[in-house]
Design a protein around this ligand. Sequence first.
Ligand SMILES: [Zn+2]
Length: 189
Amino acid sequence: MGNSSSPTSSATTKFTQMKKYHIGKSNIHGKGIILDQDIKKDETIFLFLGREIIFTSGNWFYGPNWLQIGYAKWIKPKPGSAGNYLNHSCSPTAGIHGKNKIVAMRNLKKGEEVTIDYALNETYPLWHMQCHCKAKNCRKVVKPYQDMPSWRMKKYIKYTSQYILDMKMHLSWKEYIALKTEKINNLKI
Ligand SMILES: [Zn+2]
């Protein structure tokens, strides 16, 4: 049974890596993800795993710690997985690459908490959250991505959910039109 003799099976064997964190007391809220080792800028800390929830009507609801990955699509973190403990900070240590890869935003030290800015993956217009993250630049109320000032969008562009980047929401109307015009001009007729 199976295809263990297949020549491709060794190449597709899952590479299992040691966990780089443990779940411990957070300085922000409840439990958090605490690093067990130093991490380099842009290094992957973990993959946010869980069930993908897609809403087809406007009747949306979602739970704490869900990660938005599309216009009407979220990942509900697997029970017990790191995603359940990924706290928000207005001065985050980590961000998102692609759909669900949580990466370091700067060189991090063992003992630091892994946090993201929830606004970098959330566009649901009615979503907002009171914040007590204790960061000097705490926004007090965190709102969806589109409510962020453009300087902040640009500052964190490398750590923003791919679906948001695809929506080009970080561009001003002028930049957006310029991009479209450039595309039209480059069309080979
Ligand atoms: Zn805050």
